[in-house]
Design a protein around this ligand. Structure first.
Ligand code: 5RP
Length: 232
């Protein structure tokens, strides 16, 4: 028998990390529901807890996560009704030793960052492959206003990145839930993520970028049958 399929192994790790996050959820809380395959495991597990009697209200970070939560009977609320979230559980594309993250591989970074910013605790769940010494191997997603796309692409390229417009399988530009485009910015190792985050935030036309700095409270990394808990 050959080695286990890496994707399958990763998926088991994603589920294990998601399961470990359940202990952060308490009865009566408002819970932010992340996006992506690891967050999907979390939402499904949370749905099981709700069926067993857990009373929470969820705030989803994407149209997909909202549809999934609704299909599982998880009661939902909105940021219009409630601006304080006890805990959000979400995935990540990369995590560095300072718990700085790259997010947005699934294209939901804007709502994810808004929900994270309103959360007392942000619990990140991930398989071990997401842990890196330096951020940047994963192309940094930057959500842009379509009007400013060419200008922003040029400015980010001038910072040293190869900039690629994200497309859907049919070749048309990928549209976010807020109807913006995403630039996937290949920086390679990012020497100073904090400085880059500031530069991108200051760039007119950038709606949001995928550097999440100072936001994660806990990272639950699954690997080798164990869960490692990282804290800032
Ligand atoms: C979506 C995200 C996801 O959390 C991130 O891409 C990780 O996804 P996955 O759990 O599928 O590996 O930021 O915008």
């Amino acid at each position: 028998m050959g080695p286990p399929d890496k994707n399958m192994a990763n998926d088991q790790e994603k589920e294990a990390a998601a399961r470990a996050s359940l202990r952060f959820i308490k009865d009566g809380q408002v819970v932010g529901l992340g996006s992506g395959s690891t967050a999907t495991h979390f939402i499904k597990l949370l749905g099981e807890e709700v069926r067993k009697g857990l009373r929470i209200r969820g705030i989803p970070t994407s149209v997909n996560s909202k549809a999934l939560a609704e299909s599982l009977g998880i009661p939902l609320t909105t940021l219009d009704e409630c601006q304080e979230i006890a805990v959000t559980v979400d995935g990540a594309d990369e995590v560095d030793p300072k718990l700085r993250l790259i997010k947005g591989g699934g294209g939901a970074l804007l709502r994810e960052k808004i929900v994270a910013s309103a959360s007392r605790q942000l619990v990140i769940v991930a398989d071990g492959s997401k842990q890196v010494e330096k951020l940047g191997k994963f192309p940094l997603p930057v959500e842009v206003i379509r009007f400013a796309q060419a200008l922003v692409s040029k400015r980010i390229a001038a910072l040293g990145a190869r900039v690629q417009l994200r497309t859907s399988p049919d070749g048309t530009p990928f549209l976010t839930d807020e109807h913006n485009h995403i630039l996937d910015c290949h920086f390679g190792e990012i020497a100073d993520p904090d400085a880059l985050a500031r530069e991108l935030s200051d760039m007119p036309g950038v709606v949001e970028h995928g550097l999440f700095i100072g936001m994660a409270s806990v990272v639950l990394l699954a690997g080798g049958g164990e869960i490692v808990e990282l804290r800032r």
